[in-house]
Design a protein around this ligand. Sequence first.
Ligand SMILES: Nc1ncnc2c1ncn2[C@@H]1O[C@H](COP(=O)(O)OP(=O)(O)O)[C@@H](O)[C@H]1O
Ligand SMILES: [Mg+2]
Length: 276
Amino acid sequence: MAEIIAIASQKGGVGKTTTSVNLGASFATLGYKTLLVDVDPQGSVATSFGYGRYDIRAGVLEIFTKGTPAKDCIHPTEIELFHFIPSNVWSDEIDKRSLMGAAMETKLKEALDSVRDLYDFIIIDCPPSLGNLTYNALIAADSLIVPIQCEYYALKALGRFLKMTRTLKNELNPRLRYRGFLLTMVDMRNNLAKRVINKVRYTLQGLVFETMIPRNIRLAEVPYYGKPAILIDKNSKGAQSYLNLAREILAQDNSVGDKEDDDNQEASDKSESVAA
Ligand SMILES: Nc1ncnc2c1ncn2[C@@H]1O[C@H](COP(=O)(O)OP(=O)(O)O)[C@@H](O)[C@H]1O
Ligand SMILES: [Mg+2]
């Protein structure tokens, strides 16, 4: 049965979609059946697989507004074991509003639970906000990956996000645990980057993935080519770093069971200091 992983952060442009698409492609390449679900009304996931508006049957919009079964919204990608459900919101403001107006509830959870048996991993690409779509995603999820762009203000506003996930965990989804915080767009030639990395690792001790994602042109080219970086250039640093992230997550599995409660408590405690 699939583990449902939400890729979330209240900030835009930190690498959520890039992580969702390329981590999913890596799991599938390593032999794990993976479904990527786009709950962001900006709908960048479909573009990342070369799909246009008229190639889509139905998506998250139809799950929320018409109760369409999730299995009828699944689309294939060029990678055999990798499927996706698009948001299916294009430019129509009405569609956008109806998706944004999704109630804070279990609709997404019920939809994804109905296809859980078909996959090893279900990844949810969240919008850059703490709105109801992100709540739906975090209620459906078993675990959470938080991308942090490697920049000077990286930790700013993280406190609010950590507090929100702690409240949500306590009240609505006690299963939710951190898979980890992921440093993205890292440029190791830059001294500031090294200071930021040290600060993030110190603040979120033990909860930051060893794997870091470098700034890499192949990753930026994903929407242009309409395919994950691993299909553009398997040996690129970008594709390889996401393969390493997938391997790191798969290797966590043995130890995570015992650690999870400690981890969540730790992250909650840290949220106080990060918020300050
Ligand atoms: N590691 C990276 N190297 C180069 N460009 C990247 C990298 N990660 C993301 N980008 C680019 O940065 C922009 C924001 O990334 P995106 O994944 O869309 O963020 P989010 O989903 O959090 O808004 C996109 O144009 C994307 O192509
Ligand atoms: Mg995005």
